[in-house]
Design a protein around this ligand. Structure first.
Ligand SMILES: C[S@@+](CC[C@H](N)C(=O)[O-])C[C@H]1O[C@@H](n2cnc3c(N)ncnc32)[C@H](O)[C@@H]1O
Length: 281
């Protein structure tokens, strides 16, 4: 995966993930209540940025993070060293190294867009989460990203970013809108499906410059892979950067970026009394 993963594993990416987790904490965690849970697994935890936030919000939880990247996990272990309640494990989300019924909560945050077989990950989460627990998937739908009025240089870069992520990385940048179908195909019970506006210029309580800086860094994080694989040029990168400068200087330009949060669990076993009566004899 490493040379194809769109964001890469640089120190700049580690810092971007930590800033991203803080910036998007409300859309990701708002409305979630962990007070009755004892343990939680985040699959695709990277450097542990989300686990760090969860530990602050719900210090009673025993936390486990799993990621394929040894580089990210090493950075995460160094950063989270003082938090003994967080265990970081290397592994593949499609074949989790945990027994059935191990966790109260299983989460993905910005993972499934990078995995060719998202259903395999959700199947594994449903297996390792207790029947009374829940699986929480918070995932992008990159078709929701946009500016009003349109910004062609940013759109051209974003389209190339998505093509590179899908064709080189083998992921699905639009996975958010497929979550319900994936859960249904696995027989899971959907508890909630919520659109989450992760970035929006229409929320006056959120800092416009910070949100734009976040979007700009997100798009720039794909530059190395996009240039290496011929999906973008240095000229496109300059035009994209100039367009962000222009949007920053013009408060009338609106922007948005959305995700989907799906909560599901294993289908409940039918109680004995509901089962079809056995034929006599
Ligand atoms: C965008 S990062 C998300 C990190 C984290 N959830 C957060 O919000 O900060 C995606 C992570 O998924 C990991 N990843 C990709 N494919 C994986 C797989 N098959 N199994 C486990 N981790 C995987 C990458 O190594 C990367 O760390």
């Amino acid at each position: 995966m490493s040379e194809h993963y769109i964001h890469g594993f640089s120190d700049a990416e580690r810092l971007r993930l930590i800033e991203q987790a803080e910036m998007l904490a409300n859309p990701v965690f708002g409305g979630l209540d962990f007070s009755d849970d004892h343990n939680l697994l985040e699959v695709g935890c990277a450097v542990g940025a989300e686990l760090h936030l969860i530990a602050r919000r719900a210090p009673h939880l025993a936390l486990t993070g799993l990621d394929l990247s040894a580089v990210h996990l090493r950075a995460g272990r160094a950063w989270l060293a003082e938090r003994e309640c967080i265990r970081l494990v290397q592994g593949d989300a499609r074949a989790l190294p945990f027994p059935d019924d191990s966790f109260d909560v299983g989460m993905t945050i910005w993972l499934l867009e990078h995995v060719g077989d998202a259903a395999a990950v959700v199947r594994e989460l449903l297996r390792v989460v207790k029947p009374t627990g829940r699986v929480i998937l918070t995932e992008v739908d990159n078709s929701t990203f946009g500016f009003d009025p349109p910004q062609p240089a940013i759109t051209a870069w974003w389209d190339a970013f998505n093509r590179c992520q899908a064709e080189v990385g083998g992921g699905d940048p639009f996975v958010g809108h497929t979550l319900r179908g994936i859960a249904a195909s696995l027989g899971a019970e959907v508890l909630a499906e919520e659109p989450r506006l992760v970035i929006t210029s229409s929320d006056a309580t959120r800092n416009r410059a910070d949100q734009l800086r976040y979007l700009r860094e997100l798009l720039a994080s794909g530059a190395e892979r996009m240039l290496a694989h011929g999906y973008a040029t240095a000229h496109m990168a300059q035009a994209m950067a100039a367009a962000f400068d222009a949007v920053q200087a013009e408060p009338g330009v609106a922007f948005r970026y959305g995700a989907v949060r799906l909560l599901c669990r294993r289908p409940r076993q039918r109680p004995e009394s509901d089962a079809a009566p056995r034929s006599a004899g």
